[in-house]
Structure formats: structure tokens, C-alpha cells
Design a protein around this ligand. Structure first.
Ligand code: ZN
Length: 583
């Protein structure tokens, strides 16, 4: 259904020289959210898009942004090199002093109250909440050989009056592992007292948002292609090269726009690094209904073309976007795709809306050669993160490899081209339904004595059957077939029912907190319920929540089945009788 020859000629036009040049242009600025240098980089990207022929809009919006400043850690009168983090709190200017305690895995949190916790690994929203609840005075995180910037807010996007207090107010710093080792040795020998001074600027401020639209497309449906421009340090790979990828995809598709069936909307975010995805979350808040009605999916571009980023088989996808990703990765690299389930990261602010998502990051280092580094990893077996320079001052243009960047850009270009030009949207929801049956079935096995999930499981199995029938019929929809519009509408609407229940936990108009994401997150606490005693104080409150979440999941599954039923009648080729699909 895709004109492969046409696609080949499109992919052959990706220019390595242009990609490297544009990466260098963007990496001229340190791009802190809402700072003047960041705005200059946005203006440069906008100028490029206008030169290609795009309609653009560069605006700004309010965002809760946090920029780490000075940090000083002193032990026995000696300073240890350290950094503080976005959304960590500032100490009083004279600093705070306290006893250092090594929070080994398994340490009783009660023993950390009023102490400075020495913690292995990157700071995160999850760790910040944990140690704030334990009543620690501050945390000192031990990273690898480099100091990687990060954020410790658990709140996704701008906080509300209901969530702003969930951002912990505890100072935190990170140190290198060699310094961490010395501190642990000192602790073995006796008590260690530390002094900490941190400055973090956290405030509401305006940040930029750049939108671009492909002209001359009549369809109201559009794909959202996005990348963040804001960066830590010069951020040549994260995210200059990805911005260059986005621009190159934009440039080449502009020239082929008459072959596209759907519109392309490109967004460049700020607030990704310093506002916990504040830009994309704000966009979801502002344009929720338009996205819900017409957006056919989200493709996010991050950290493409890294030096030695040889693993391209494990990028994050949803079950329904797995086959699309596998096809384009195989086409460009010849490698067999494995993929991993996409989580809560990478400006994935659209699960509540119900957008199918393809990719978050793409290529990673070889895990074998990156043992012991703490850089961002999405969890695959062979994938070893984004490189030792990730989120450090060393993320400079020499960390971007032209060949890898051309490869990654071709993968993105092929995925976006297929999403825009395929006669039928290239999503396979049979995989999504299979996952739902598997997950609900597993949870049912664990919790059935306490919470009845059998009807949810039945609804999920019924959807499996409906989808089997639907895809049989879709295989008969040829190019130019008048049934294509209805088929595409069903392929879009199915995501609105299935993405929220599989990837989102709270209200569709809210953003979930920045925590690890398990499939069908709203039902996952069934595991906790199974472990509680019925006379535990928390038993009935949790049971009550799960009963309500169960009803929501079932209702979405039923709606999805009704949607397919309603369309099947009209989609069946004439003369083909409805096959019995009931169990
Ligand atoms: Zn990034």
C-alpha cells in the first residue's frame, strides 16, 4: 500500500551535511527554558521552517520552570564537586549542616529522619518524594564518573493548586561515584557531618512554543511531530541533533506534500528539561479537543545520531505502533525490531487524549560497553542509554555521528511519511487488545478472590474477536476505495478508547505523575489489594478505587467494541455476510 520506490527516493534525499550543519546551529546556544538564548534558537528554527515553506507561529505561555544554580557540598572543610537539580529546594544562604547516612537499599526510612541521605543513582521525582516523606534534611546522590543534570519533580507539566504541594521541598545534590566511594569509606570509619549550600530558581515564567503547519493539505486530520529545543548545557545530541532531524523531515515532506493524505503539525517545545514537559503538557491542556477530534498520532524525536549509538532495535512504541516501527527500522537498517513499551517520559503528554505514540528516543549505546553509567535508558536488553555525555557539559557536536544521524533521520522520515500517506492508518490494535487480555487476565488471577475482573476480561476478549473481524475486512479496502474514510475514522477513534486505559491512570484531562508506567496502570494496584488483609485500614478504600477504575476500563472496552460493530456493517464488501463473532 506504500509506494516503496517513491519512499526510497524520499529517504535517499536525507542530507547528512545539512543535518550536521543544523545541529551545530542549534548547539550554539545553551537553551534554558524561558531564557533569551533559548528564544534565539527558537527564532532560528522558525526561520528555517519559513524558508522551507511552512506556516509558523512562535508564541509563549506560562510555565512553572526550575533552573538549578550554585551548589556546594563541604565535608571536613573540603569541597566536593556537585550539582543541584531542577525543582530541588534552595538552602538558606548560610547552608544547612547535618549527619550523613548511607541509605543502602533496604535501609529503614525512619533512620534517615533529620539526616542527610547518601543515595546511589540518579535523583528523580520518585526518589525525592520517598526521601522527603522519610523526613531527610537533604539528599546526596552518587552518579557515575560525570555529573548529569536532572529534575526531581514528580508533577508532570504545570502543577495545579491540587498538585503543586507534591513537589518535595528538600535540597538535593549529586556527586561523582569516586567521591561517593570516599564518603562511604569515611562513614565506615565513623560519623560524617556535611554542609550543603544550594540555589535553585523556581518560578512561573513565559516559555516559547513554536508550531508549524504544512500548507496545502485539505484533510483536517493531522499528525503531531515534536521535539524539545530546551537543553542542558549546549545539548548538541539532546536535543540539537533531534531538532535537526525534525527539520530535515519537515523539509523533505514539504517537497512531497502533494502525495500526503493527512496534515503535519510540528511542535518545538520548551520546558521539557526544566519544567517536567511543561510545553507539551500545556499544549495538551490548551488544544485537548482539537487533538482529540483530529490528531492521528504523536511522533517524538529525541537525541538522534549519537556517537556509537549502534542499538536501533529497541526504541519505545505502543503495541499498535510496533509493526510500523518494525517495518521502518527493518527498511532503513535491515535489523530485526524488538522495541519496548513506551513509558512516561519524552513529552508523552497525550496519553489522556488518546494519541497513539511512535518513538520517544530512538538509538542507544551498546549496553555491554556502558555498564555502570547512569544515562537515560528505556529498558531494553541491548540498549545502554544515550551516552556518558548525556545531560552534561560534554554533550557537544563531537558526540553526534553523521552516519548515525542520517540513519535515525531516515527511520523517522519513513515512519512519518507512512503515517501521512498510507491509505489506511498503519496501526494494528490487535496487538493492543492482546496486551489488554494478557494484563487483565494476569491481574484477575492475582486478585479474583477480592475484586471481580471477569467481565473486564470478557470485554477485552470480545474486542479481540471484533478486531480480528475488522482487520480481515480492512485487508479488502484497496487504494482509492470509498470505504477508506470510514476505516480511517475507526482506526483513529479506537485509540481514544484504548490508549487512555492502557497508558493513563487518572482523568483524561489531567496528567499522570512522573512515575514508572505499567500496562493498564489504573488496575495495577490490584496487586497491592491482593497483599492486604481485609481488616487492614487501607483495604476498603483501595477496593473502592479499583471497583471504579474497573468500571472505567470495561466501559472503554465496550465502547471500542461498539465502534467496531457499527463500522463493520458498512465496511464489509458487498455480498459478504457478517460472520458470527460471539463467544
Ligand atoms: Zn531530550
Amino acid at each position: 500500500m506504500i509506494d516503496e520506490k517513491y519512499e526510497d527516493s524520499l529517504l535517499a534525499q536525507v542530507s547528512g551535511e545539512r543535518l550536521i550543519r543544523n545541529t551545530g546551529e542549534i548547539a550554539r546556544w545553551v537553551r534554558l527554558s524561558g531564557e533569551p538564548d533559548e528564544l534565539e534558537s527558537f527564532q532560528w528554527v522558525e526561520k528555517e521552517l519559513v524558508a522551507y515553506g511552512y506556516r509558523t507561529e512562535l508564541t509563549s505561555h506560562e510555565a512553572f520552570i526550575s533552573l538549578p544554580g550554585r551548589a556546594r557540598l563541604t565535608v571536613d572543610g573540603t569541597d566536593i564537586d556537585c550539582i543541584t537539580h531542577a525543582f530541588a529546594s534552595s538552602t538558606p544562604s548560610k547552608g544547612i549542616s547535618g549527619e550523613l547516612v548511607y541509605a543502602r537499599p533496604g535501609t529503614d526510612p525512619g533512620s534517615l529522619r533529620g539526616k542527610v541521605a547518601l543515595v546511589d543513582g540518579m535523583a528523580s521525582g520518585v526518589s525525592a518524594v520517598k526521601y522527603a516523606q522519610a523526613g531527610t534534611l537533604a539528599q546526596v546522590h552518587v552518579q557515575d564518573d560525570h555529573l548529569h543534570e536532572t529534575s526531581v519533580s514528580p508533577v508532570w507539566g504545570n502543577p495545579t493548586d491540587m498538585t503543586i504541594d507534591r513537589i518535595p521541598s528538600v535540597p538535593s545534590v549529586s556527586i561523582r561515584q569516586e567521591d561517593g566511594r570516599r564518603l562511604k569509606e569515611a562513614l565506615d570509619a565513623g560519623p560524617v557531618s556535611v554542609k550543603l549550600v544550594t540555589e535553585v530558581l523556581t518560578e512561573w515564567r513565559q516559555i516559547p512554543l513554536l508550531l508549524a503547519e504544512l500548507p496545502d493539505i485539505r484533510a483536517k486530520e493531522f499528525l503531531l511531530l515534536s521535539s524539545h529545543i530546551d537543553s542542558w548545557h549546549y545539548g548538541a545530541m539532546d536535543n540539537g541533533s533531534a531538532n535537526a532531524t525534525t527539520l530535515e523531515v519537515a523539509r523533505l515532506l514539504f517537497e512531497r506534500r502533494r502525495s500526503l493524505r493527512r496534515g503535519l503539525r510540528i511542535a518545538f517545545w520548551s520546558g521539557h528539561s526544566h519544567g517536567r514537559f511543561a510545553g507539551s503538557a500545556w499544549y495538551a491542556d490548551r488544544y485537548w479537543q482539537e487533538l482529540y477530534d483530529n490528531c492521528v498520532g504523536h511522533v517524538f524525536v529525541d537525541s538522534t545520531g549519537g556517537k556509537d549509538a549502534v542499538i536501533v532495535t529497541e526504541p519505545p512504541v505502543m503495541p499498535q505502533t510496533h509493526d510500523l516501527a518494525a517495518a521502518v527500522v527493518a527498511k532503513v537498517t535491515g535489523e530485526k525490531f524488538v522495541g519496548k513499551r513506551i513509558g512516561r517520559f519524552a513529552d508523552q503528554s497525550f496519553y489522556g487524549v488518546g494519541l497513539n505514540s511512535t518513538f520517544g528516543t530512538l538509538s542507544e549505546q551498546d549496553a555491554e560497553k556502558n555498564r555502570g553509567t547512569v544515562s537515560f535508558k528505556t529498558g531494553g536488553k541491548r540498549a545502554g542509554g544515550l551516552g556518558w555525555w548525556w545531560h552534561t557539559e560534554h554533550d557537544t557536536i563531537d558526540k553526534v555521528d553523521e552516519m548515525n544521524l542520517v540513519r535515525d533521520t531516515r527511520i523517522y522520515l519513513a515512519a512519518v511519511y507512512r503515517l501521512l500517506s498510507a491509505p489506511l492508518l498503519p496501526y494494528d490494535y490487535r496487538r493492543a487488545a492482546d496486551e489488554l487480555v494478557e494484563v487483565v487476565g494476569e491481574l484477575d488471577g492475582i486478585v479474583s478472590a477480592r475484586l471481580d475482573l471477569s467481565q473486564v476480561l470478557e470485554s477485552a476478549r470480545a474486542l479481540q474477536d471484533r478486531l480480528a473481524a475488522l482487520y480481515q475486512v480492512l485487508a479488502t479496502v484497496a487504494d482509492g476505495d470509498e470505504r477508506a474514510d470510514l476505516a480511517n475514522l475507526v482506526l483513529l477513534r479506537l485509540s481514544r478508547h484504548l490508549v487512555p486505559i492502557a497508558f493513563h491512570e487518572n482523568e483524561p484531562f489531567d496528567h499522570d505523575p512522573m512515575e514508572p508506567l505499567k500496562p493498564v496502570p489504573a488496575l495495577q494496584p490490584a496487586r497491592e489489594l491482593a497483599a492486604l488483609r481485609t481488616d487492614d485500614a487501607g483495604y476498603f478504600p483501595l477496593l473502592t478505587r479499583l471497583q471504579r477504575k474497573r468500571n472505567w476500563i470495561r466501559s472503554e472496552l465496550e465502547s471500542a467494541s461498539r465502534l467496531v460493530d457499527g463500522a463493520l456493517e458498512s465496511l464489509r464488501p458487498e455480498g459478504v455476510q457478517a460472520a458470527a463473532t460471539g463467544r
